[in-house]
Each structure stands twice: as structure tokens, then as C-alpha cells.
Design a protein. Structure first.
Length: 349
């Protein structure tokens, strides 16, 4: 544990000290989709802002992306920490229903023996994962945590479903957090987390769990695919993200104007701009990369951070607001001041 944290009675804070992300090399453009679906580049761009997404190859799985993102994040943190005590993977597309993906990821990273578990909060998974990692550090259960957001929606979205196939892409992003002082740059804090399970049917894979069991020939193919009621999700996403962002700023005593960069879950460009407008934040302060990778689920915030850090949009001392929304419904936000980090490897191949 760092001397600052060890020397104080206050619980240690989780401090960001490593960052990385990557998307698979295979690109699916809007034009590719328009060849097999009744859609068009113009429709997709106008409704979502997305131009292309990246997808894994047959035979690849979520853990393959998670391991590479984790390896890169550990390398980026190597000046600050040597190894980690816990590995947390936020995902909606685990390699298997049982066991969790995190232990396998830990083992493949040479971290067997570390605590390892998955967080399931759909597209809010990374923010829930940050809160879990911060909790492990505050409770002195772990001093260093590797948190990975990784999703491969291409494995659960029906490729013939034009409403959803246009939105999602595959990817992974990872951060390393170490015990430190709440006032140092990189300390994550002032969280807001929430949920509304009364709306669970708005985003769902109906079958394959205990409620609707999988057995050969039954249930129908469609029920094993991702389903979303897009219009209603859109409305909830804008409202919940804006409310969560406001609650978090108010807890920290920050004004909207104190936020240098708003880094939202990359759901859809129109949603992100509506939330920024609702908060009174100039759209230029909203970090977006959904145009080139689509909605990458739990990977989207760390991937957006890695892209923005690589292009030097984020500078040490900048104040960031992270806000996410996803199935559940779930939502969450957190604040941090950007630390000095090594420039991450490029997220695109
Ligand atoms: N290409 C062309 N037309 C399409 C289409 C596509 N890919 N997908 C749907 N349509 C059609 C619909 O069939 C409908 O046709 P109809 O009027 O003849 O019935 C029409 O376009 C409008 O559909 P609708 O679903 O009302 O469109 P929309 O403006 O709500 O946009 C989404 C659809 C999915 C882009 C939008 O609802 C959305 O972005 N929702 C949020 C999704 C999201 O970001 N989820 C992640 C949250 S974590």
C-alpha cells in the first residue's frame, strides 16, 4: 500500500494508474450492413451517429479481448504497481454462464490466485465495476485492482435484426486502480448508482437463464438473442443519465462548468448530445467515439478514455464526469481528476 494510504486512518481511495483498450481488427461498416439488411448508411448515421463497428472472428470470445486489454493496462501501470490482488470483469457476454469470466482472464494474465469475479450491470457495468473496485480498496481487501469492461454483442445480437445489429460493436477497455489518497489526481469518488428492475424487459436476452431454460430445439432462436425496445430505452437513457450526472456533481459540490470532459457510455450520439444539452454542457466537452466503434457495452467508457488519452484530449488535472446507462435498468456516474499516465497504445488495430 502507498505510504499516503497506509499512514492515514481514513479508508484509502482507488487511484487510476493504468489504462488501455482495444477493438478487434474486423470492421463492419454501415455499407456492409446495408448489403444484408433493409437499412442504409444515411438512416444509421442520422439515428445513431455510428459509421462502423468492430467485431470478433468466429472462434474468438470475450475473454480474448479482455486478456489483451488487461495485459496492456498492466503494462501501462507497471511504473506504479507490480501485479494486482483482484481482477474484476464487467460484461454482459461472458464466455460461459458458469463460471465467471474473470478467473480465466486472471489465469491467462499470470494472475492466478488473485480474487476474480464478474460484474453484471449491462452497459453500466464499468461504472458499477469502478465502485466495486473502489470498495475493495477502501475495505483494504485489495491494494491493486485490474478492472476490465469487455463485451462481444456480436455473439448475442441476431445479425438479421436491423434494429440492434446497427448499434453494437465488440471491444474491451481496462484500468488499473491502486490504493492512494482521495485528493490525488486519478482518485475515483463521488459515485451515484441506481437501478429500476421494473423495466427489465426493455433490454433482455429472454432465454438461457433459469427463468427460461435452454434445451435443444427449445426455446426459439429469437429468444436467445438480445432484444431491446429502442424508443423507450432512448427516453430512459437520456433522463437517467442526466439525473445521475446531476446527483453526482451535487454530491461533490461541482458545477456543470467545472467538468472539462463528460465521458458518457457510448450508446448513441443523439443520446449523448441530448444528455450534454440537458446538463448545459457544451457538446465539445462530450468525449465521443461511438462513430467508429458503435456501442461496445461495458467496454465503452474505458475505450473512450483510452482513445481520448491517446489523442491527448485528456490532460493531467482535467476534471472528468463518467456517466453510464444500461439494461436492468441500471445507471451510474463517478468523478475523477485526470492523472499523469503513460500514453496508451492505440485502441484500433
Ligand atoms: N434501418 C432502417 N429502418 C429501420 C431500422 C434500420 N436499421 N431500424 C428500424 N427501422 C424502421 C422501423 O422499422 C420503423 O419503421 P416503421 O415506421 O415503418 O414502423 C422506423 O424505422 C422507425 O423505427 P423506430 O424504432 O421508431 O426508430 P427510432 O427513431 O426510435 O430509432 C433506434 C431506433 C434503435 C436507433 C433508437 O430507438 C435508439 O437509438 N434507441 C436507443 C438505443 C440505444 O442506444 N440503446 C443502448 C442503451 S445502453
Amino acid at each position: 500500500m502507498s505510504p499516503t494510504a497506509a499512514g492515514s486512518c481514513a479508508p484509502p481511495a482507488a487511484v487510476l494508474c493504468g489504462l488501455a483498450g482495444l477493438v478487434p481488427s474486423r470492421v463492419v461498416t454501415n455499407e456492409h450492413l446495408a448489403r444484408r439488411l433493409d437499412t442504409s448508411d444515411a438512416w444509421i448515421r442520422t439515428r445513431t451517429g455510428i459509421r462502423q463497428r468492430h467485431v470478433i472472428d468466429p472462434g474468438q470470445a470475450t475473454s480474448d479481448l479482455a486478456v489483451e486489454a488487461g495485459r496492456r493496462a498492466l503494462a501501462s501501470a507497471s511504473a506504479a504497481v507490480d501485479g494486482v490482488d483482484a481482477v474484476v470483469v464487467a460484461t454482459t457476454t461472458p464466455d460461459h454462464i458458469c463460471p465467471a469470466t474473470a478467473p480465466a482472464v486472471a489465469a491467462r494474465l499470470g494472475l492466478a490466485g488473485a480474487a476474480a469475479f464478474d460484474v453484471g450491470a449491462v452497459c453500466t457495468g464499468f461504472v458499477y465495476g469502478l465502485a466495486s473496485a473502489a470498495g475493495l480498496i477502501a475495505a483494504r481487501v485489495a491494494e491493486r485492482v485490474l478492472l476490465i469492461g469487455a463485451d462481444t454483442y456480436s455473439t448475442i445480437v441476431d445479425p438479421l435484426d436491423r434494429a440492434n445489429a446497427i448499434i453494437f460493436g465488440d471491444g474491451a477497455g481496462a484500468v488499473v486502480l491502486r490504493a492512494g489518497h482521495p485528493d490525488e489526481p486519478g482518485a475515483v469518488g463521488h459515485f451515484d448508482l441506481g437501478s429500476d428492475g421494473g423495466q427489465e424487459d426493455l433490454i433482455r436476452v429472454a432465454a438461457g437463464g433459469s427463468r427460461q431454460r435452454s434445451s435443444p430445439g427449445q426455446p426459439g432462436r429469437g429468444e436467445r438473442h438480445f432484444a431491446m425496445r429502442g424508443k423507450e430505452v432512448y427516453r430512459h437513457a437520456v433522463t437517467r443519465m442526466a439525473e445521475s450526472a446531476r446527483a453526482t456533481l451535487s454530491r461533490a459540490g461541482w458545477k456543470t462548468d467545472d467538468v472539462d470532459h463528460f465521458v458518457p457510455h457510448q450508446a448513441n450520439l443523439r443520446i449523448l448530445h441530448s444528455v450534454a444539452d440537458d446538463l448545459g454542457l457544451p457538446r465539445e466537452r462530450c468525449v465521443t467515439h461511438v462513430e467508429s466503434v458503435g456501442n461496445t457495452g461495458a467496454a465503452s467508457i474505458p475505450l473512450a478514455l483510452a482513445d481520448a488519452a491517446d489523442s491527448q484530449v485528456l490532460k493531467p488535472g482535467d476534471r472528468l464526469l463518467l456517466t453510464a446507462f444500461g439494461g436492468g435498468l441500471t445507471w451510474g456516474s463517478c468523478l475523477l481528476t485526470w492523472p499523469m499516465l503513460p500514453r496508451p497504445e492505440r485502441t484500433t488495430p
